[in-house]
Design a protein. Sequence first.
Length: 40
Amino acid sequence: MSNEVGGAGVGYGGGYTLIVVLFILLIIVGASYWGGGFNY
């Protein structure tokens, strides 16, 4: 919905941005489940 963030990136890397966001979410969720050291 926030096209000021994604509007410029859609032309060359819209899918790449989506993968990066999902990867960061996976790291945060994985760290909270496996390690818990980040205290999220």
